[in-house]
Design a protein around this ligand. Structure first.
Ligand SMILES: [Ca+2]
Ligand SMILES: [Ca+2]
Ligand SMILES: [Ca+2]
Length: 345
């Protein structure tokens, strides 16, 4: 009995301590929208596979931190401030790799993956995260016939120490950028100007082939690659790499405000009119092959991973207004930049 009482007491203490913790959290967020104190942009690249993040809280004082990984090429960067964990898809190791407690590390620290996945993939690109699930878009041709467009999503589950392959989903178009909106996975149709959605994507738990729930032409785009969605103001942004062979000046991005309503209003196979979007493109933008995008809705800033222009850049644009041939407000060289992810903490 004594032991049982001790256990009860211990449990109660734990409940109290959790309750106190919750209270102090509530106090901290008593202000409905607390100002984030720090904004960081995490990036990957295909030049050396290292992880670089920029503290972009103050554009007049951007600091850069690079963490040295054993990968030599990587894509699909993601950061979770709760665990202070950064994740990328290694294109040299063909697996997921994540690194914990990274914020205290100084620049040029060599890091070792704390959470690692099996080497299942062939050509991993963008990642999309939902809870402990990580989806990776792999743009290798699936059936060995490059004349038939196809692609594959690898669905991994994390247990905190490793990523286990749950299932793969093959689709009938080339894949690259992906993002979740709730339970729905939005995917660009690479080599084309379309956007696809898979409703309740994670309900598909076995290895299977799947058709998109809906595909829509995004008018004005030549060849899309990257996309991002900000749920706080309902804005979707998609990149346009134009001709992949022109790496210098034919890229751009489209801002689609009130995205869900506009996308819902277009039927399957229909066209989202360019007049409902804002396009940024032109020689001033330094965009040739903008492969990924992130968005800070609170400041209206678009961040771009530019793979080609000048060998690779991280660009930022604000005061986008009606778009056009805007000059970037931030232009940092990053060789073969491949992906960006914004974190506000
Ligand atoms: Ca094929
Ligand atoms: Ca191009
Ligand atoms: Ca991204």
């Amino acid at each position: 009995m004594k032991t049982l009482n001790s256990i009860k007491l211990l449990s109660l203490l734990m409940v109290i301590s959790i309750a106190s913790f919750s209270c102090s959290n509530d106090d901290d967020s008593g202000n409905q929208n607390p100002e984030p104190s720090m904004t960081r942009l995490f990036t990957s690249n295909n030049s050396n596979g290292n992880i670089t993040y920029y503290d972009v809280t103050d554009f007049s004082n951007i600091t850069t931190t690079t963490l040295l990984t054993t990968s030599t090429a990587a894509d699909g960067i993601f950061y979770d401030p709760n665990g202070d964990v950064v994740l990328q898809a290694s294109r040299s190791g063909l697996n997921l790799e994540a690194f914990t407690d990274i914020s205290a590390l100084t620049t040029n620290t060599a890091i070792t993956a704390n959470i690692i996945g099996s080497a299942d993939m062939q050509s991993p690109r963008e990642t999309a995260v939902s809870g402990n699930i990580v989806v990776v878009a792999d743009n290798a041709d699936v059936d060995g016939d490059t004349n038939t467009p196809d692609g594959r999503f690898y669905v991994y589950q994390s247990n905190g120490t490793q990523f286990t392959l749950r299932n793969t989903i093959t689709v009938d178009f080339k894949v690259w950028g992906i993002t979740f909106i709730g339970n729905d996975l939005y995917a660009v149709v690479d080599a084309d100007n379309e956007l696809a959605v898979f409703n309740n994507f994670l309900n598909n738990t076995s290895n299977t082939a799947l058709s998109a729930s809906k595909r829509v032409v995004v008018e004005g785009i030549v060849r899309t690659h990257g996309l991002t969605y900000d749920s706080s103001n309902g804005t979707m942004i998609m990149t346009d790499i134009g001709d992949a062979a022109n790496t210098q000046d034919d890229g751009g991005f489209h801002v689609i405000s009130n995205f869900i309503a506009k996308f819902s209003a277009v039927s399957n196979g229909g066209t989202l009119a360019v007049g409902q979007q804002v396009r940024v493109a032109g020689s001033n933008t330094l965009m040739g092959n903008p492969v990924d995008v992130a968005y800070d809705a609170s400041t209206g800033t678009v961040f771009i991973a530019e793979a080609g222009n000048g060998g690779g850049r991280i660009l930022a644009f604000n005061n986008i207004g009606t778009g056009g041939n805007l000059s970037p407000v931030v232009n940092n060289s990053l060789a073969a930049a491949s992906s960006v992810y914004l974190s506000k903490e």
